[in-house]
Design a protein around this ligand. Structure first.
Ligand code: ZN
Length: 321
């Protein structure tokens, strides 16, 4: 069984920019490109196998036809989605439902997400959480358009990690580029869009106030992350989230500075995104060059592997619920 290297799907957005080309060297379409769906089996933006015997096949098809690559999972759809986002302007202020609400109203998974900040301009901040103490207060502030008092500003810098559970009001702002690990869902409830008008349609993007109020956690809760870092030789392994704080996925950062042996941790397979450096992946059959911008899945048939070189990797695995 071979590693599944993936070609991303690129999505234009009114808030997007050109950093996916300038920072990651991807060949992207003209215009404002906001999102790179790097490891995606979601029908709204499929990534495809780049090389090897399954070359050209979209990831959802691989998941259906070759379940052995994923350890014959019980989940019907591939549960995770890895993106890179280039916020050249502020995103809409939004909130995502949990699994229960999304199953009833959207017939898909809920969306808990998290961000590793690849780049942030000095002075950058996110919208994260809100100041309302009760649902009534939340509704009133939304009705009055009192965004200044409702929304919480949260400063971020390059290298930060931010966990965004479903029900958290949030928005990326101008000058921030992140690698996002999320549940495979495309349900976003838009609360506020700065009264922007889409250049193409000449219309404001749709808001979803009722759903936003339904799913927002009140009062805001700050998840207490227990970020742990471990040295192995010259390499550094950081655990950002795992259950029970993050019930749907684990996310790690690996800074590889020499040869390291690795195994799957929580699931039968592991998702890897190389965000800096270059090196080699060595399996018991073959070795593969790795460089910044590569995204791949190490399948269940590769039980252990080695990484060698100078690599910064964000890795993730789904967690059984
Ligand atoms: Zn979001």
């Amino acid at each position: 069984m071979e590693p599944l290297f993936l070609s991303p799907f690129f999505l234009p957005k009114i808030w997007g920019g050109r950093k996916l080309e300038t920072v990651f060297d991807y060949q992207i379409p003209d215009g404002k490109i906001g999102e790179c769906w790097a490891i995606s089996a979601h029908p709204h933006g499929l990534s495809k196998i780049k090389k090897g015997p399954l070359a050209g096949m979209p990831l959802n098809e691989v998941y259906q036809k070759y379940p052995e690559y994923f350890g014959n999972p019980k989940e019907k759809t591939f549960p995770l989605l890895t993106k890179i986002l280039d916020a050249n302007d502020s995103l809409s202020v939004q909130v995502h439902p949990d699994n229960e609400y999304a199953a009833v109203h959207e017939h898909e998974l809920g969306k808990t997400e998290c961000w590793y900040v690849i780049q942030a301009d000095p002075g950058s901040y996110l919208i994260y959480g809100h100041h309302a103490q009760t649902k009534e207060e939340l509704v009133k502030m939304i009705e009055n358009g009192d965004w200044e008092h409702l929304l919480r500003k949260y400063p971020v810098k390059t290298g930060d990690f931010v966990f965004v559970p479903s029900g958290t009001i949030h928005a990326l702002n101008k000058g921030i580029m992140v690698l996002e690990t999320q549940q495979s869902s495309d349900t976003t409830y838009r609360l506020y869009d700065y009264n922007r008008v889409d250049e193409k349609t000449g219309e404001k993007r749709k808001l979803h106030l009722k759903q936003s109020i339904d799913v927002t956690t009140v009062p805001s809760v700050d998840p207490k992350l227990n970020i742990e870092t471990e040295k192995r030789g010259k390499s550094t392994f950081t655990t950002y989230v795992k259950p029970p704080i993050s019930p749907h996925f684990c996310v790690w950062q690996w800074q590889i500075r020499d040869r390291q042996e690795l195994i799957h941790q929580q699931a039968a397979y592991t998702l890897l995104s190389v965000i800096a450096g270059q090196g080699t992946l060595i399996t018991n059959q073959e070795s593969y060059p790795l460089k910044k911008g590569d995204h791949l899945i190490l399948p269940a048939g590769i039980k252990n592997w080695e990484l060698n070189g100078n690599l910064q990797i964000i890795a993730s695995e789904p967690c059984a619920e």
